[in-house]
Design a protein around this ligand. Structure first.
Ligand SMILES: *[C@@H]1O[C@H](CO)[C@@H](O)[C@H](O)[C@H]1NC(C)=O
Ligand SMILES: *[C@@H]1O[C@H](CO)[C@@H](O)[C@H](O)[C@H]1NC(C)=O
Length: 371
């Protein structure tokens, strides 16, 4: 096997670049907020990043959206065409799931800072029994989705429920119901997607503790390391950076990195394989950016610091660090480093020493560590 790595680089890059924009202006890589309201009602809303406005999502085969559940908001049981994680940005809610292999519904309460794995084989519902909004960001891998770059949902019930399309004759045969009963089954729920439940309705709060739910929920992750989420083939890490701290420069060879800014703001730069700058932009809370394979990204937090959550589209990502204790620079013998940088041995030592100072990502703490 001798495919030149450089050829491979250019191949990957040409798939992503070539829009002819300059790094300073908005370009194909620019961070951006969710742009499309998929649903909005009394119970809450769902907004997404559309691949038509953000074509990089389709090219990189990832997708994302934000669910807001108002108090008593209930997202009707649904399934999605993508494996994804849900990360709770604010508040708390109950999630009920049913999988094709389990006959029983599982219910779990999740709160700010929790992440839940949602394989596409699960059907789930979401309910906010609290008195303030619950907000969850979903980030998924969309290589098998109907619309590349987007997570498409199907509700089981409601005015856009999957049964709506069938004629009552089929429904009555399938369930052995009269025509009237079949009609009731399909049309009683006049809401769609997210409804507001009456106060009296008792939604199951939690049957399973997190231990039993371990296969789906991760409440422990460290900022230094991506946590593998085997159920969905993704990895994630929640990161909190202090004032002016640097996001560790990394690149992933086999996967795409999707980052959502939870709080604060900063500046990000991406470079391509020839060292050309592809993006030089500010990022702020509510924005999402996507780093394709082989591009190197660095970020710097502004004065108030920045919190973000990054998802990588592999549960075993191959990630190269360019700084910190696992920096690739440390792997080289001193003479190679010195010759490659064309510096004096003293400078090479200073460089490695500075790199060792862990001024960057090691100042991080996982937001989850605080819980
Ligand atoms: C269908 O329902 C009718 C009346 O409720 C009942 O007599 C019949 O046995 C049912 N058929 C099946 C296949 O369950
Ligand atoms: C990046 O943007 C900043 C602020 O606009 C500017 O000062 C800097 O020169 C830019 N750097 C590059 C390499 O384009």
């Amino acid at each position: 096997m001798c495919i030149s790595p450089l050829l491979f680089f250019s191949f990957i890059l040409s798939a992503f670049v070539g829009h002819g924009e300059t790094a300073g202006d908005a370009n194909a890589f620019s961070p951006r907020p969710a742009d499309t309201t998929i649903f909005e009602g009394e119970g809450g809303s769902y907004r997404s990043w559309s691949s038509s406005n953000f074509p990089l999502l389709g090219e990189a085969k990832v997708g994302a959206g934000i669910l807001v559940l108002h108090p008593h908001g209930f997202a009707l049981p649904h399934y999605a065409d993508s494996n994804k994680i849900g990360y709770v940005l604010q508040g708390s809610c109950s999630v009920g799931t049913v999988s094709s292999s389990a006959s029983e519904e599982k219910v779990l309460r999740i709160r700010e800072g929790d992440a839940i794995q949602l394989p596409n084989r699960l059907i789930s519902w979401w309910f906010n029994g609290g008195d303030s909004d619950a907000i969850v960001v979903f980030i998924g891998e969309t290589s098998k989705s109907q619309i590349p770059g987007e997570i498409t949902y199907s509700s089981l019930t409601g005015t856009v429920g999957v049964f709506r399309g069938f004629s009552t004759e089929f429904i009555s045969k399938a369930y052995n119901l009269s025509q009237d009963e079949a009609n009731t089954l399909v049309t009683s729920q006049t809401g769609a997607v997210i409804v507001k439940l009456d106060e009296g309705i008792q939604i199951p709060q939690q049957q399973n503790d997190i231990g039993n739910f371990g296969e789906f929920v991760s409440t422990v992750a460290t900022a230094d390391k991506f946590l593998p989420l085997e159920q969905v083939g993704l990895s994630y890490r929640p990161v909190k950076l202090g004032k002016s701290a640097v996001f560790q420069p990394i690149y992933a060879t086999d996967s795409v990195q999707v980052t959502y800014i939870v709080k604060g703001s900063g500046r990000v730069q991406f470079t391509g394989t020839n060292g050309e700058i592809l993006l030089n932009a500010t990022v702020q809370a509510g924005e999402l950016f996507v780093v394709p394979p082989f591009l190197v990204a660095i970020g710097i937090a502004d004065g108030e610091g920045i919190d973000y959550v990054s998802v990588i589209t592999s549960s075993r990502p191959v990630i190269w660090h360019f700084s910190g204790s696992t920096s690739i620079w440390k792997a080289f013998s001193p003479v190679i480093l010195q010759a490659s940088l064309s510096t004096t041995p003293e400078f090479a030592q200073i460089f490695l020493g500075k790199d060792d100072m862990k001024h960057n990502s090691h100042a991080l703490e996982s937001r989850l560590d605080e819980l």
